[in-house]
Design a protein around this ligand. Structure first.
Ligand code: PLP
Length: 408
């Protein structure tokens, strides 16, 4: 008899985006003449840059010719891309990362979800609340949690991100082995200072723990005092794996390209306490289960690091940050408290009522769609997330509607 992995039965059905879609469809049916502007889902709206598109086209042409055609590539990514990443994203910023520590993949979602395969079932895991749900659900699937009661999975250590701690969680009071951190954060848009991140690095070193640092939104950082990579901090190479993505930095959400960094010194232990290098374990896993990102996509990603590519991708994130600034100003003028939006495309607003109540009010009065914070965890109750991924014109219209609705 074929039996299932029963841990899947513990998963909470993710109704968030289908609930949102259902409520929006219902609203549009009842109000066919009203415009609806979506500032909910975090997907980019602007096309790929000319630099990436040109490189993409050239590479596609190469694939059409027997002389330049490429079949299977290296699973970890082509050297041209790994070298460009190491030089531009790390070495130029003083972070000691080499090309052979970069693993190119088809998404930070897959990487942040798959990485837990390397670790034992009985480790203690610290997960932020609110959180990008992938970290949580993949550990539930792997059987590292108990049941879901009182809005939380038993057996996990939740790191509350609240107004009181400025949406940067404090160190856990009990010992943990694996720590998920994401900065700039999805959903709160909060950032972490060098000093704060150093305390996490020091904690991990003192407790033989490992930090999984999700930096999918680092390209939105404009404040140079903030760390873009955990490897800018002392002692991080032994205790941290970092995840990056071209999805939001260069519009690759539909094109798919990302990477993970696993430094050669990064270690974990077996049940006898012997040390093992995570680089070789991840390399083994990656090569066994993944056959590389397509050649044209890697060429399109490489082009981001050309002179023109850098200017064009910077203009992309600047565009969304201008949207974010407009959203922040409107929220502040209306007297609401918020965080994020400065070095992040997300704005986390205290709605002063239930998340879904605020969502419904905004949809009905202003025709604006946001994401209810409650969908990201218990600490998200009462908050809503705005995403800056839309056209500036739509953001302006949405903010005028919001002002009219909330000034009533
Ligand atoms: N990490 C965070 C925090 C995200 O918000 C997202 C996407 O929204 C991802 C990772 C996934 O990125 P990718 O498109 O590379 O899979």
């Amino acid at each position: 008899m074929i039996t299932i992995n029963e841990h899947y039965l513990k998963l909470q059905a993710s109704y968030l985006f289908s609930d949102i879609a259902g409520r929006v469809a219902d609203f549009q049916k009842k109000n066919p003449d009203r415009e609806v502007i979506k500032l909910g889902i975090g997907d980019v709206t602007k096309g790929l840059t000319p630099a990436s598109i040109d490189a993409f086209h050239l590479a596609v042409d190469e694939m059409a010719d027997d002389a330049t055609f490429r079949g299977y590539g290296p699973e970890q990514g082509y050297d041209f891309l790994r070298n460009a990443i190491a030089e531009n994203d790390f070495q130029s910023r003083g972070a000691d990362i080499s090309a052979d520590e970069i693993f190119v993949s088809d998404g930070a979602k897959c990487d942040t979800g798959n990485i837990q395969e390397l670790f034992a079932r009985n480790i203690k895991i610290a997960i932020p609340d609110p959180v990008y749900p992938v970290y949580l659900d993949t550990n539930v699937m792997a059987g590292r949690t108990g049941d879901f009661t009182d809005d939380r999975f038993q057996g996990l250590v939740y790191l509350d991100s609240t107004r009181e701690n400025n949406f940067v969680p404090s160190l856990p009071e009990e010992n943990v082995d694996l720590i998920y951190l994401c900065f700039p954060n999805n959903p709160t848009g909060s950032t972490i200072t060098r000093e704060e991140l150093q305390t996490w690095v020091d904690y991990a070193r003192d407790h033989k723990a490992l930090i999984l640092f999700d930096a999918a939104y680092e390209s939105f950082i404009r404040d140079d005092s903030l760390p873009r990579s955990i490897y800018e901090l002392e002692g991080a190479r032994e205790i941290a794996i970092e995840f990056r993505s071209f999805s939001k930095s260069a519009g690759f959400t539909g094109t798919r390209c990302a990477y993970s960094v696993v430094p050669r010194e990064c270690i974990a232990y077996d049940s006898e306490g012997s040390r093992h290098f995570l680089h070789s374990l991840w390399n083994r896993r990656h090569c066994t289960k993944f056959n590389g990102v397509s050649y044209p996509v890697q060429r399109a990603a490489e082009a981001i690091y050309s002179e023109q590519g850098k200017l064009q991708t910077r203009a992309l994130t600047d565009y969304y940050l201008k949207n974010a600034a407009h959203i922040c100003k409107t929220i502040a003028d209306l007297g609401y408290e918020y965080t994020g939006g400065e070095n992040s495309p997300y704005i986390w607003v205290d709605g002063r009522m239930g998340s879904w109540e605020f969502f419904d009010m905004l949809l009905n009065k202003a025709g604006v769609v946001c994401t209810p914070g409650a969908g990201f965890g218990k600490c998200g109750n009462g908050y809503i997330r705005f995403s800056a991924f839309n056209s500036y014109e739509n953001v302006e219209t949405a903010m005028s509607g919001l002002t009219a609705a909330l000034s009533d």
